[in-house]
Structures are given as C-alpha cells and as structure tokens.
Ligand binder design. Structure first.
Ligand SMILES: [Zn+2]
Length: 218
C-alpha cells in the first residue's frame, strides 16, 4: 500500500470514522510491503502482506490479463478520466485494466480491490481486499469507481456512493439496480451502466474547481 494512501483508509467497523495508525516492518520506495494497520477506536488490526492491505483473504489471482486499446479507451471515457492524481477504484475483474490505465494516465493513482490479476509493482497502485460489504475508504475520497458483477451488491453500491466525490463516475454491470437517490444514470450498453453520483448536500466534501476539459469525451 502507498504510504500516502494510508490517510484515506478507514476502519470498516461500525463506529465513528477512524483512520489507521500504520506500523511498517518493511517498505519499498513509497510502499509499505509488510506491516500492520491498527484502528485506535476498536483496535482492529489489519495485516499488510506483500504490499496488500488484507481486510479479508485475497481471492485467487488468475495471472496478468491484457485488454485491447479499445476496451481501455472505453473505460477511460466512461469513468470520465482525466490525468489527475485523485484516486480511482477498480474492483474485482476491473483490476485487469490497471496497467493499461496507468500507461494512459501517468499521474493517476489507482486503488485496486479484490484483484483477480497480479497488480503492477508501481508507485501509483495500492491493493487491498474488501471486508465484506464495506469499502474501507474515506467519504468522498475517490473520483471514479468500476465495480464488477460479483461485487455489485446493494451494500457495496451504497458504499461506492459514499466514497465517491460528488458527480464522480461509476461503471457497474448493466444488470445491477442503482438507487435513484444516489445515482443519475448517464448511459448503458449490453454490459455496463454508467452513472454519476448525485450531488449530496450532506457530504462534507470540499468544493474544488473542476478541470477545464476532460481528456476524453464519453
Ligand atoms: Zn475500528
């Protein structure tokens, strides 16, 4: 896990929002490769093993998979990706897009959850496993999320709305049901639905000036 990302991680247990205290046994560059995250509220301890923050056991890794340029450009457009450092979250099968997206967007930080392919050893990638129906990230901390069929549960979609900033993008399986309260549907095809997180007046997310124009049009 990137040392910088530790500030964005949140304890998944049901208590007031809490960040973690990191103890590192081994680091490589800006990554903690072995160590522990500790919650100062409930004392949950989360191991970091081979750079992966293990909120749960890791799913099996199927090997590196390459996607066509067309697939990558489509996802980048659907996620409205500009080359900026704010993190994006790729869940499950979408982990296969990590390396190609990093080539396309050199500044972008990627958080990969429940990866199904080996993740890049890269200073822009942090890998974690999900603790059930919780995304252990701070509210409003990511700008785009791609979630696969296995993870598109009611609970994780609600969590996706929580961790996305206002008008952040979601790419989810076409079959999933999106709450009207949280999402504004923008487009869909046979495979995916693209939605925008609705503005939330309650979320304590600082307003930020949007970049003048995206690199890609949807
Ligand atoms: Zn806790």
């Amino acid at each position: 896990v990137l040392i910088d990302l530790v500030d964005t991680l949140r304890c998944p247990n049901p208590h007031a929002d809490s960040w973690f205290v990191a103890a590192s046994d081994e680091t490589r560059g800006r990554h903690i490769t072995r160590g522990t995250l500790g919650c100062p509220v409930c004392h949950l301890r989360v191991p970091i093993v081979d750079g992966v923050v293990c909120f749960a056991d890791a799913p099996p890794v199927a090997g590196v998979s390459d996607r066509s340029d067309e697939d990558i450009m489509r996802l980048a457009a659907q996620l409205h990706l500009i080359d900026a450092p704010a993190p994006i979250l790729l869940v499950g099968d979408w982990s296969a897009y990590t390396e190609s997206l990093l080539r396309l967007l050199p500044l972008t930080v990627v958080v990969v959850a429940d990866a199904v392919v080996a993740s890049a050893q890269d200073d822009r990638v942090s890998v974690l496993t999900l603790p059930g129906d919780v995304v252990p990230l701070a509210a409003g901390s990511v700008r785009a999320i791609a979630i696969d069929a296995q993870h598109a549960t009611t609970g994780l979609l609600r969590e996706s709305a929580r961790v996305l900033r206002n008008v952040g993008r979601l790419v989810a399986p076409a079959a999933c049901v999106l709450s009207e309260t949280d999402w504004r549907e923008l487009a869909r095809d046979a495979h995916v639905v693209v939605a925008e997180r609705r503005q939330s007046s309650s979320a304590p997310v600082p307003l930020r000036r949007a970049p003048a124009s995206p690199l890609f049009s949807a």
